[in-house]
Structure formats: structure tokens, C-alpha cells
Design a protein around this ligand. Structure first.
Ligand SMILES: O=C[C@H](O)COP(=O)(O)O
Length: 253
């Protein structure tokens, strides 16, 4: 099944008010060169979502958060609920990024609860999976990704409310990428898992590749079968680089 690609930028813990100039610049590029080949999203730090939402009104750029709590509200100092992200103007939220799995000990079960919270708030959950360098070396990549999918997907997943991002941990921010064959193998495996679990609904869930995607390698990576877009870290911080990745899909003017 042909699914509309999504290119999402994850700013991680980067971005002050001055960084919003990059969003203005990206919005202008997309306005000057109307682009309808893929959905475009930026996930800035939570502090910037509301301002970004105001700035991006009328543009094709959607917004996402980078994490959410499982609860709607309550005594959880420092946390942000999916409802709060939606209230600030987000359309989606990343859950289970490997940096959260590593830095905060997040488990598959917690990530499934966070994804369910995203759905409850009307947000698309972008659920991240991916193996470490050692796991790849040990030849257990598919087993690890399968286990993460099994544990991290809540009930009720479909192509409208969920996106899967395959991000090999060792490829994040390192400049390293898997071979095209390895990317294809994992994406086909994820698609198989989704269709086995969800039937036809599993066909429409977008599967993004993430890990050192940049303008110079995007064309090759995004052309791989079952790669339905990218989750971009470092290269999403600059409008020119991010637009260079988007332009891989072509522009209509
Ligand atoms: O969420 C994005 C990824 O972790 C990829 O980051 P990167 O493009 O800087 O490697």
C-alpha cells in the first residue's frame, strides 16, 4: 500500500526563542515552493510549541512534542501530559525515543501507556524502536525490534494515530547509517509485525527511518521499500538542511 510519507524533525533539547527563526525560514521555503509530496513536522522542545504553533498558522508544518506523561494531569512535577501538548498546538508526540529509554529507564510497557495517552489526547504517537550497537553485533536486531514493538504498541493502533520510527541507536548523531539492505530488512520486518498484529490497518502505519539522515544520504534512504519517511535529529535544526531532506521527495514548482 502507498502511504503518504512523513518527514519529522526532532530538535531534542535544542532551541531557544531565537531558533524559531529557522521555523520561519522553513515555512517560507515551503510557501515559496509549495510541497505536497510528504507531510512535514517539527518537534521542538515543549517550551516552544505554543509560539511555534502561532507562527506556523497557515503553513503545512505540523508540530509534535518529544515525550508525554501517561496521566492527563496531576501531581507529576516537571512532566507534561499529552493533553497539554495538544492544548499548546501539537498534533503528535514522540514516545520511546532511545534517549528516553536510556536516560530515563523507560520500558516498553511505559511507552505503550504513553502512546495510549497520546491517542487519548487526539495526538499521533510516534513510537521509536531500534537496536544498540552490541545488539546489532550480536545478530539480535530483529528480535530486539520485535520485542519492542510487541511491548510498546497500545491497543487501537492504526495508520491515523500511530507512526513507528526505526532508529538504530548506534546511528543516532554519529554519522553512521546501516546499509540499505539492513534498513530494508528491518522495515520489512516491522511491516510484517504490524500486519500480523493489526491486519489491513497495519499496512497504513507509516514506518520512518531515523539516524544520521542528512541531505546527502536522504535520497538513498528514503527510496528503500517500506521506508515511509524520516525522523531527523541534527539536520532538522537548520531550515536549509531539513528542506534539503524534504526536497528528496520533489517539489511541485
Ligand atoms: O529523533 C531523531 C534521531 O534520534 C536521529 O538523530 P540524528 O538525525 O541527529 O542522528
Amino acid at each position: 500500500m502507498d502511504v503518504r510519507p512523513l518527514v519529522a524533525g526532532n530538535w531534542k533539547m535544542n532551541g531557544l526563542e531565537t531558533s524559531l527563526a529557522e521555523l520561519t525560514s522553513l515555512g517560507k521555503k515551503l510557501k515559496d515552493h509549495p510541497f505536497d509530496m510528504a507531510d512535514v513536522m517539527i518537534c521542538p522542545p515543549a517550551t516552544l510549541i505554543a509560539r511555534a504553533h502561532d507562527m506556523l498558522a497557515g503553513t503545512a508544518i505540523a508540530l509534535g512534542g518529544q515525550d508525554c506523561h501517561t496521566a492527563e494531569s496531576g501531581a507529576h512535577t516537571g512532566d507534561i501530559s499529552a493533553e497539554m501538548l495538544a492544548d499548546a498546538g501539537a498534533d503528535a508526540v514522540i514516545v520511546g525515543h532511545s534517549e528516553r529509554r536510556a536516560d530515563h529507564g523507560e520500558t516498553d510497557a511505559l511507552i505503550a501507556e504513553k502512546a495510549a495517552a497520546a491517542h487519548r489526547a487526539g495526538l499521533t504517537a510516534i513510537i521509536c524502536v531500534g537496536e544498540t550497537e552490541k545488539e546489532r553485533r550480536d545478530g539480535i536486531t530483529l528480535a530486539i525490534v520485535g520485542e519492542q514493538l510487541e511491548g510498546s504498541l497500545p491497543d487501537g493502533v492504526d495508520g491515523d494515530n500511530t507512526v513507528i520510527a526505526y532508529e538504530p541507536v548506534w546511528a543516532i548523531g554519529t554519522g553512521l547509517t546501516p546499509t540499505i539492505e539492513d534498513v530494508e530488512e528491518v522495515h520489512r520486518f516491522i511491516r510484517g509485525h504490524l500486519t500480523e498484529k493489526l491486519g489491513n490497518k497495519g499496512e497504513s502505519v507509516r514506518i520512518l527511518y531515523g539516524g544520521s539522515v542528512k541531505p546527502s544520504n536522504a535520497a538513498e534512504l528514503l527510496a528503500v521499500p517500506e521506508v515511509n519517511g524520516a525522523l531527523v535529529g541534527g539536520a532538522s535544526l537548520k531550515a536549509d538542511d531539513f528542506y534539503g531532506i524534504l526536497a528528496t521527495y520533489g517539489k511541485n514548482s
